[in-house]
Structures are given as C-alpha cells and as structure tokens.
Design a protein around this ligand. Structure first.
Ligand code: CMC
Length: 431
C-alpha cells in the first residue's frame, strides 16, 4: 500500500476535509478520496475516469506527454528491439526478466498448453461461418470455464497461475481457429517446434494439402505486434477485466469480458476500422474530403488510427510499428498499393494540419498495425482478434495483481442521478 506523502484539503461549505496524498514511483500524485463519502456525504464526478486512479499497479506505466511506455520499468523500444513476446509475457506476469532456466521452463509450460480441448472443436462448429472472429472469441474464451475446471479457484495461487498460462498458450489457437472456421478451412493444430508468433502464423495459414514454411521476417513482425500490444495500463478493456474480476468471477469469464470491451472501434476495433477507412477513402485525391469531415463538429466521423486518450505527443508503439511496416511491405514487394498510398498521404497531411497538431492527434499503433496485418494476408476482421490474443497477457497479469491485492474490493462506481424523483404509480387505465 502506498504511503501518505502529503495532505490535500477540500472545503465544502463551512467544512474542510483532509485527504491523504500518495506519491507514485512515476506519474502525478494521487489524492485519496476513498473516505470522502463517509466523511462529507458527497461523491466525486469523473465520467470516463479521466482523473481517477482505480487501483495500485506495478505492471505498466505510460507517460503520455513524453510518449513513454514501460513494462515493469523497461522501455518498450528496448524490449521491441532486444526481447521477444514470450519473454515480455514472463516479465509482465512475474515482475522480472527471466533467467535462462526460467525462460526455458516458461516456454515449455506455454507450449505444453497450446492445444484446446478437442470437445471445443464442436463448440466452434455451432457458430455461423460468417460470424465475426471477435464474436466467436468472446464465446469460446468464456466457455473455457466449462472445460478447465481445475483452474477456476481464484483463491488458489497455483490455479491462478495455471489459468494464466493456459490463456497465454491457447488464445492464439482460439483466434486461429476462429479464422479458419470463418474461411471454411480445417483447423490446424499447434506445432510446438515453432516459436509463439510463428506457430500462430502456421495455425492461420497452413493447410493440410501443402507444406507451410513460416517466413522469419513475418514471424518477427508478428512477434513485435504482440509485444507492442501486450499491456497498456488501466485502459477500457483492462479496467473491464479488473471490474469483472472484482466480483470473484473466474479468470476465463473475466478475459471474455475484456475481449468484448476491446472489440469497440474506439479501442481495439480501431485497427479494423482504420484499414476499412483507408480503403473507403480509396484514392489520395479524396483525402481532403475526409479530413474536412473529421474536423466538422456536426459529423461524428473520426480519423481512425489517430488520437489517444493518454499519448498526447506521439505513440511510442506507433514508431516501432512503422519500422516493422516498412520491413514487411518491402518483403512482400508492396510499394504502390493504393491503400498504402492513402495511408502515407493521410499521415503526412494530418501531421501538418493545425487541427490535428493543436489537438495533439498523432497516428497511433493501430494506424500501422493494420497495414502490416493486411500485407501479411489477414482479413480486416482478424485484426482485433490479434490485438486480443496479444493483450491477454496484460489482462491476466492485471487480474492476478488485483486478486493478490489485500485492499481489493468489488468495483462499484457511484452516479450523479438525474432521473425523476419519487412519484406514485399510475394504473394503466389512468395514463
Ligand atoms: N479524428 C478527429 N478528431 C478527433 C479524433 C480523431 N481520430 N480523436 C479525437 N478527436 C478530437 C475530438 O473531436 C475532440 O475535439 P473537441 O475538443 O473539439 O471536441 C478532441 O480531439 C479530443 O477528443 P476526445 O474524444 O475527448 O479524446 P479522448 O482522449 O477521449 O479520445 C480516442 C481518445 C482514442 C477515443 C479518440 O482519439 C478516437 O476516437 N480515435 C479514433 C479511434 C482510434 O484510433 N482508437 C485507437 C486508440 S489506440 C489503441 C488502443 O489503445 O485501444
């Protein structure tokens, strides 16, 4: 528990209340209003939680002004250049980089859980072929609690760890199965001789009729996408996982809730929405029309892949992702694709336009990830499932941190009620 480093005073009418202040390792001080209602009989009001810290956390830190993202203190740029996704998973889950022996053991544990219960294949077959893979994933991940009964006791630390490993291991399998099912191809079993990212590409693109060799550049790019999406502090889906978990719900149900939240276009669904927008714009000459729409207050249209709640200078993930995009496009020989031309020109115009500069709207990670995934051959509907499988480690790390926190309580926000006050029921005949 954080130590009090000061006191803030809040005066309401004639009374003044002392509120403890805590100083985090990094970031702004936090004023504790937890006892305010009991003492002062008032609630605080903060729609979208823009100024509210809902928990203590030691996992990920973002400095939106500096454009900095740290996993357990390590800058994302260093991890993206020198580490790999499974090592980042270990780091996020357990707090430290693994030794060689710990890494071997962790990799072994993850690869030994990559298959899903064979009965789950039938479950997949119940969905319509044209279901969105995110819809399938919400259902299948929630249904994991019906298959893995031996890792549902949230009060047992060992079961919590087994659930975490299972989830990290099986989410790529589930996402790949959702894809295979949607294109009418047979499911491809995981191949544990491949690395984590390569295995995912194999499960998505291999077919029984032919040999499939994973291209190391694509596998590296996929690993980077996973690494850059692994965790991101208390964003909407992570907060959803924590809120669901605060009631004591099992971990599979909590991750299913996170996937459901991630799907929205303002969050993880932005990568799909962004590529669809680039295709809809179609040609460079139509960009001004879309820029004008984005600026028009009466038009709900927003430039997808631009802006971020926290990053107000640049998104450090976007910088790394852009490099990967260049590598993948070079490998695939994609130079003059119209979508890419629109993306490059849109990026250039938006970075020079006063509206975007003054509102600090920069291309975010989703602007570039969609371009890479498209070049790799994924349909747009798979972009958000890939975000989901990458973020699973972040969700489950945050969930484990919450369950182990002795101060954790069920999440229960308050409200500013603006409905009718008391009134008497009127029988239907008299209305
Ligand atoms: N295009 C045009 N205008 C925008 C955009 C955009 N993409 N984003 C924000 N604005 C404007 C907005 O209209 C508002 O203007 P005004 O002050 O005149 O009312 C101002 O910028 C601030 O917007 P906001 O909605 O208060 O900002 P927010 O911090 O609540 O929203 C956001 C963050 C990511 C939801 C928003 O920027 C957005 O909708 N972006 C497009 C969707 C997107 O790319 N999302 C992916 C985020 S990165 C992946 C992830 O972590 O999930």
């Amino acid at each position: 528990m954080a130590k009090t480093t000061g006191t803030a005073q809040l005066t309401i009418g004639e009374k003044t209340f002392d509120l403890p202040i805590y100083s985090p390792t990094l970031g702004p001080d936090v004023v504790d209003i937890g006892k305010l209602y009991a003492q002062a009989d008032v609630f605080t009001y903060d729609p979208g939680f823009t100024s509210t810290a809902a928990c203590e956390s030691a996992i990920t830190y973002i400095d939106g002004d500096k454009g900095e993202l740290l996993y357990r203190g390590y800058p994302i740029e260093q991890l993206a250049a020198k580490s790999h996704f499974l090592e980042a998973c270990y780091l996020l889950l357990f707090g430290e980089l693994p030794t060689k022996a710990e890494m071997v053991d962790f990799e072994h544990r993850v690869t030994n859980h990559t298959m899903v219960h064979e009965q789950m294949h039938n479950f997949f077959r119940g969905f319509r072929r044209d279901s969105h893979p995110m819809a399938t994933m919400v259902g299948v991940v929630g249904a994991m609690s019906a298959f893995y009964h031996d890792s549902l006791d949230i009060n047992d630390p060992w079961q919590r760890e087994v659930a975490a490993i299972r989830m990290i291991a099986k989410l790529p399998t589930i996402a790949a199965m959702a894809y295979k099912y949607s294109v009418g191809q047979p499911f491809v079993y995981p191949k544990n001789s491949l690395n984590y990212a390569g295995n995912f590409l194999h499960m998505c693109f291999a077919v029984p009729a032919e040999d499939y060799v994973v291209n190391p550049i694509l596998s590296k790019a996929m690993d980077r996408i996973m690494m850059l999406h692994a965790d991101h502090e208390q964003n909407a889906s992570t907060s959803t996982v924590r809120l669901a978990g605060s009631s004591g719900a099992n971990p599979f149900a909590c991750i299913a809730a996170g996937i459901a939240c991630l799907w929205g276009p303002a969050h993880g669904g932005a990568n799909q929405a962004c590529l669809e927008m680039l295709r809809e714009i179609g040609t460079v000459d139509r960009i001004p029309e879309y820029i004008a729409r984005a600026k028009d207050k009466d038009d709900p249209f927003r430039l997808m892949g631009f802006g971020h709640r926290v990053y107000k200078n640049f998104d450090p993930r976007a910088t790394v992702m852009k490099e990967s995009a260049d590598e993948v496009l070079e490998l695939m020989g994609i130079h003059n694709n119209p979508t890419l031309q629109v993306a490059k020109e849109l990026e250039r115009i938006a970075l020079e336009d006063d509206y975007f500069i003054s509102k600090k709207l920069y291309p975010n990670v989703d602007f570039y990830s969609g371009i890479i995934l498209d070049a790799m051959g994924f349909p747009t509907s798979m972009f958000t499932p890939i975000f989901a499988l990458s973020r699973t480690v972040g969700w489950i790390s945050q969930w484990r941190e919450m369950i182990a926190d002795p101060t954790q309580k069920i999440g229960r926000p308050r409200q500013l009620y603006i409905g009718k006050a008391h009134r008497d029921y009127v029988p239907v005949a008299n209305r």
